[in-house]
Design a binder for this molecule. Structure first.
Ligand code: B1M
Length: 236
C-alpha cells in the first residue's frame, strides 16, 4: 500500500472521521495490505499525534473521543481479518485481559487481544475499569494461564498492583502469569509490582505471552501440553 494511504489513515484518526477510517480499512483489505501494517503504519501514528496535540492543548476531550471512534471504526473492519489467522492455529493458552480500575482506555488492549487471538490464544476480554478481584474471579473460572492488565494513566497504573495482589489472595499466583502494558508502564514497574512481564506493544505482548507459556510448560509438564502441541504445529 502506498505511503499516502497510510497518511490518509493517520489523518482520518486526527480528524476523527469514522466513515473515512473505515473505508480506508476496507480498501486496505481489498488491495491486500496486511491488517497489522494498516494499524501500525496508518492508524496508530494518528492516535499518537492526537495524544501529542491533546497534551499541547491543541485538541480537547471531544476531539480525542472522535479520534477514538474513528480508531474503533477502522478496527471493526481489520479485527476479523486478523482473527481469521487464529482460527487455524492450535490453542496456545488462555488469557484474561482487561483495563485496570478507574481507566477506560481500551484501544491498545483490544489490539493486544486481537493479536493474541490471531496467534492462537483464547482471549477473554473483561473490558475497562476492572477491579483486581474481577480478574482473579475470571482467572479461576476459566483456568487462565495468563492475566493481562492494561493501564494508560499514571494514576491508574498503580491499580495493576492490586490485580497481582488479588491473584495472590485467591491462591492463583503460582499457576497464573501476569503481564502488564500500556503507555506509562515500564519493565521496572512490572518488576516492582511482581508481574511476570511487561510488553511495550501488542506484537511484543504476543512474544511475551508465548515466553510465559513456555515457562509454564517447563515448570508444570502436564499443564502446558496444548502450548507444546501448538509450537510443534504452526509458528506465527
Ligand atoms: Co486519554 N489520555 N484520557 N482518552 N488518551 C492519554 C492516555 C494521554 C497520554 C493523553 C495526553 O495527555 N497526551 C493522557 C494520560 C496522561 C497520563 O496519565 N500520563 C490521557 C488523559 C489525561 C485522559 C483523561 C484524564 C482526559 C480527561 O478527562 N481530562 C481521560 C481519562 C479517562 C479515564 O480513563 N478515566 C481520558 C479519556 C480518553 C478518551 C475516552 C477520550 C479516549 C479513550 C477512548 C477509548 O479507548 N475507547 C482517550 C484517548 C484516545 C487517548 C490517547 C489520545 C490515545 C490512546 C490510544 O488509544 N492509543 C492517549 C494518548 C497516547 O497514548 N499517546 C491518551 C493507541 C493505542 C494503540 O496505543 O493504548 O498505548 P496504547 O496501546 C499500545 C501499547 O501501550 C501496548 O500495546 C498497544 C498497541 O501497540 N499496550 C499493551 C496497551 N495495553 C497493553 C497491555 C499489555 C501489553 C501491551 O499486556 C496486558
Amino acid at each position: 500500500m502506498p505511503d499516502h494511504s497510510f497518511l490518509a489513515m493517520r489523518q482520518s484518526i486526527i480528524d476523527g472521521t469514522p466513515a473515512i477510517a473505515a473505508s480506508l480499512a476496507e480498501r486496505a483489505i481489498v488491495v491486500g495490505t496486511p491488517p497489522i501494517e494498516a494499524i501500525n503504519l496508518g492508524y496508530v501514528p494518528g492516535m499518537h499525534e492526537v495524544g501529542e496535540q491533546f497534551a499541547r492543548g491543541q485538541m480537547y476531550l471531544p476531539d480525542m473521543m472522535a479520534s477514538a471512534e474513528a480508531m474503533r471504526a477502522a478496527m471493526s473492519i481489520l479485527d476479523p481479518e486478523l482473527k481469521k489467522l487464529g482460527a487455524e492455529r492450535a490453542m496456545a493458552g488462555t488469557v484474561i485481559l482487561g483495563t485496570t480500575r478507574g481507566d477506560i482506555h481500551e484501544i491498545g488492549k483490544i489490539l493486544v487481544g486481537t493479536l493474541l487471538t490471531a496467534h492462537g490464544f483464547r482471549v477473554h476480554d473483561l473490558g475497562v475499569d476492572i477491579a483486581g478481584e474481577k480478574f482473579a474471579e475470571k482467572a479461576l473460572e476459566l483456568h487462565a494461564d495468563i492475566v493481562g492488565v492494561s493501564a494508560l494513566l499514571t494514576t491508574t497504573m498503580r491499580n495493576q498492583k492490586t490485580v497481582v495482589e488479588a491473584l495472590q489472595l485467591a491462591g492463583l499466583r503460582p499457576q497464573v502469569k501476569v503481564m502488564v502494558g500500556g503507555a506509562p508502564v515500564t519493565r521496572r514497574w512490572a518488576e516492582e509490582i511482581g508481574a511476570d512481564g511487561y510488553a511495550p506493544s501488542a506484537m511484543t505482548a504476543v512474544v511475551l505471552a508465548r515466553e510465559l507459556m513456555e515457562q509454564t510448560a517447563s515448570s508444570e509438564p502436564g499443564r502446558g501440553r496444548e502450548f507444546r502441541l501448538g509450537i510443534q504445529g504452526r509458528e506465527p
